[in-house]
Write a protein that binds this ligand. Structure first.
Ligand code: SF4
Length: 239
């Protein structure tokens, strides 16, 4: 019986499940998504806001922690629930900017000329529709001081088809540098289909980077990390 906490239930797309080895309880992709009762063990010193984000939240939907960049929580939704997620207790309901609040966010950025980069995050920023995402891009590109728009996303790995033609076309037309940071933790997440979609994004002029989480029993060996870096690089992603 699968343990499933109400605030953060099991969620995984079939395309990601298809990359798992059938019958292997220690599959490194399965272990990233299968809820475990050990999650509920209270550990002294562990907190639900490990990055102290609640203190860096001057207006709704906007985190300002580092001088030159801000982070926008454009959605609380994700295609997959990663058991290690450090935002699983984040109060998205209180931090979901509506379309009218784009203006307040744009004003905040203009009042802080030291900000040159905006990170679209969440949740997963690619889990919103192209229409909503393009509205964010329109708002941000109209702010002259911004040079870079960065998106942190797992979707190219768990549903590669999300990198559709309309999205890649819009990215390639941006006046800003578009940087996609995919969160890949294991080489098995990049099969042939995933690699092809990542390569298409690269051809469209998008900078592709990876940020991995070091996970016990999943990728905490030199061999696993080497394989991950090599598979990423072959798919056009800089580890
Ligand atoms: S995709 Fe990112 S934000 Fe969403 S559950 Fe996984 S780690 Fe958390």
């Amino acid at each position: 019986q699968v343990y499933a906490p109400a605030h953060f239930p099991l969620r995984v797309p079939r395309a990601f499940v298809a990359k798992m080895a059938v019958g292997d309880a220690h599959d490194p992709l399965l272990k990233q998504v299968l809820p475990d009762r050990q999650e509920q063990i209270a550990v002294t010193g562990y907190i639900t806001d490990p990055l102290a984000e609640n203190d860096q939240n001057p207006i709704k939907g906007l985190l300002h922690k580092y001088q030159s960049r801000i982070l926008l929580t454009v959605t609380g939704a994700c295609a997959i629930h990663c058991r290690y997620c450090f935002r699983q207790h984040f109060d998205y309901n209180a931090n979901m900017p509506t379309s009218t609040e784009h203006l307040a966010i744009a004003s905040y950025i203009k009042e802080h000329p030291e900000v040159n980069e905006v990170i679209l995050s969440g949740g997963d920023p690619l889990s919103v529709s192209n229409r909503r995402l393009f509205a964010w891009l329109d708002t941000l590109e109209a702010i002259p001081q911004l040079t870079t728009i960065r998106l942190h996303t797992r979707l190219p790995l768990v549903i590669p088809e999300r990198l559709d033609d309309a999205l890649l076309d819009r990215f390639s037309q941006s006046r800003c540098n578009i940087v996609l940071v995919v969160h890949c933790n294991h080489a098995n997440e990049i099969d042939t289909n995933t690699a092809q979609y990542l390569q298409r994004a690269r051809v469209a002029g998008i900078v592709l980077l990876n940020q991995a989480v070091l996970l016990k029993g999943i990728n905490d060996s030199v061999e696993t990390q080497t394989a991950l870096s090599q598979r990423l690089f072959a798919a056009g992603v800089l580890p």
